[in-house]
Write a protein of this length. Sequence first.
Length: 306
Amino acid sequence: MATHEALQAQLRGVTAFPITPFLPNLDLDLPALRHNVDWMVRHGIKSLVAAGGTGELYSLDCDEIEAVHRTVVEASAGRAGVICGVGGKMREAQRLAAAAEASGASGILILPPAYGPSSDDGLVAFYAGIAASVSIGVLPYARDWAVFSPDTVERLLAAAPNVVAFKDGSADLRLWARIRSRLGDRLAWIAGVGDDMVHTYFAAGAEGFTSSVANFMPWISHELFETAHRGDFAACRRLFEEKVADFYAIRSRRRGFEVSSVKAAMELCGLPAGPVRPPLTELGHEELEIVRAMVERLGLGSRVNA
């Protein structure tokens, strides 16, 4: 079991968000998940989130979520920290978090509640209630309708001392800077929007970031981190524009393409991924050809299978 300090250290780098592979009938493909996790760890990934947003958490039932959590913990085999994603309904999230801790998880990522916008009191009660179900470190994930103010984060930390990091997926850098200024070095600060805003968040004080392209080109994720970590934001931006931007541009075409585009790239590289579950949709022909061209231009197929 990772200490809170060890978890914070793991998070100050690249945290990969493995997809959840499905069979053609949309059943879980756990052998494929095990294969992909082992491949990412062998390519230098030291921190993973099991059943996060890219892992289609909200399309999984509780038994499936537990199976995904266990599989990622087992496949990582102590070589990487595993943060298990929970969210939606508080009682279910508490059960899943406790089971994840028992299986050997390093930490818990708490995604937004299912209901939608709520008061600050409700947010604190939801996140603190889930944090109280485990002793390992937890990360609140600010995105969509889960909007935290500096006061709310401070209240949450007072109510749940095992909150060790803050993952921001809102892209509201003004609010992020205010929260970061208020809490200082009490938390690890994680850029949670994606690979496209690494240079922006690190310029504003981020210490680590979450990556979806680590599913099929983790070496690029590491290079993004290294350039941002040393403060070479121009180099970080150039790297993104040269090797990631075309891929990210697909996301703006339709909601949910951020997952189906990752899965398409993985399949084209020779990594098992399968389809997405509704309400997500598969890429259209035009988007698939963009991904195919990117995979060929970067030589990803030969690199993945080397």
